[in-house]
Ligand binder design. Structure first.
Ligand code: HEC
Length: 290
């Protein structure tokens, strides 16, 4: 195996190893970044929903009472947050907010399969305050952020215990079958924000690809430069020297001197070689004179 081949094999091995490790680490970091970015967006959406809820409680509800004649859903925080973020959903269909409940007052809030799982998870782990996960949807992976909806305020039960105790105007609008029987401290549902992951993941993938492509290009250029240097500084001088040594070994002493330019190890070797050849010439001529 030639020197160049050995050198290139080691170089390729190091490059391949470097690419694999860098690729693995950078891909992991980029994916993690994408997830964090989406999680931040989901957190902001969740806070926006809470802001809408508290605005409704402090500024809308006091003005929409009394409700004996007519019930205004606009005074209900859950309704306000769902309606407002529903408008956002119309414009950005993959972004969604839902106040999912197992036994909802408004049927549109009924929890579907995966949402029920989240709610039951909160019911089984009462200390859990937030929960995030990723699920596959037809439009790509979607991140959800969920917080439990727990009845901590006894005032909630005025409308959510029985149809008889709830305001009649409300029962007229929503019926007497759903949204009742909630208990104090019970986790009756969950606020669930969904944010699409496909765009940040695509972005992370394209950043990853261009990063790896530029790294490969740098390696390729490095490979070529190192090969040229190897050829110029080591392989070619050594070949010349071994050809000269070959000729001398068969008695051909009338070959030109080797170039001695430079101060590196190869030049030192060439100088030593030339010196040795001159000594050999002298020794042979001494023998010939006798
Ligand atoms: C004045 C009656 C009333 C009170 C008091 C009330 N709610 Fe409701 N709640 C409703 C109505 C009506 C809806 C359905 C709104 C809609 O159409 O989206 C609702 C909906 C909800 C929902 C969405 C799920 C569903 O049932 O459709 C949650 C969660 C909720 N309420 C929690 C609470 C909590 C927590 C409190 C106490 C802080 C509370 N509610 C107090 C009337 C009330």
């Amino acid at each position: 195996m030639g020197l160049r081949l050995k050198f290139n094999l080691v170089l390729l091995l190091v490059f391949a190893l470097g690419l694999a490790v860098t690729g693995y680490v950078s891909r992991h970091l980029l994916q993690e970044n994408a997830r964090e970015e989406v999680l931040r967006t989901a957190g902001v959406m969740m806070e926006a929903a809470l802001a809408m809820r508290s605005y409704t409680v402090s500024q809308v509800r006091p003005r929409l009472r009394p409700m004996d004649q007519e019930f205004f859903p606009q005074s209900v925080p859950a309704y306000a947050a769902t309606e407002i973020l529903g408008k956002l959903h119309e414009k950005y269909p993959n972004y969604a907010y839902k106040e999912a409940a197992l036994n909802p007052t408004n049927p549109r809030d009924r929890a579907v399969g995966w949402e029920s799982d989240i709610i039951n998870d909160f019911r089984n782990n009462q200390t859990r305050v937030e929960f995030a996960g990723i699920r596959d949807t037809p439009t790509g992976p979607s991140l959800y952020l969920a917080r439990p909806l727990q009845i901590t305020d006894p005032n909630c039960l005025a409308c959510h215990t029985t149809a008889e105790s709830a305001p009649p105007s409300m029962v007229k609008l929503y019926g007497s079958n759903n949204g009742f029987g909630w208990k104090h401290n019970e986790i009756i549902g969950a606020q669930i924000v969904s944010v699409p992951m496909s765009v940040p993941i695509e972005k992370a993938n394209s950043v990853f690809l261009s990063f790896m492509a530029s790294l490969t290009a740098v390696f390729a250029v490095l490979f070529v430069i190192l090969n040229i240097m190897l050829s110029m500084l080591i392989v070619r001088p050594i070949r010349t020297m071994s050809a000269a040594a070959n000729k001398i070994s068969v008695g051909e002493l009338d070959i030109p001197e080797l170039p001695e330019s430079g101060k590196d190890e190869v030049a030192v070797l060439a100088k030593a070689f030339n010196r040795m050849r001159r000594s050999l010439e002298k020794a042979i001529s001494l023998i010939d004179e006798r």
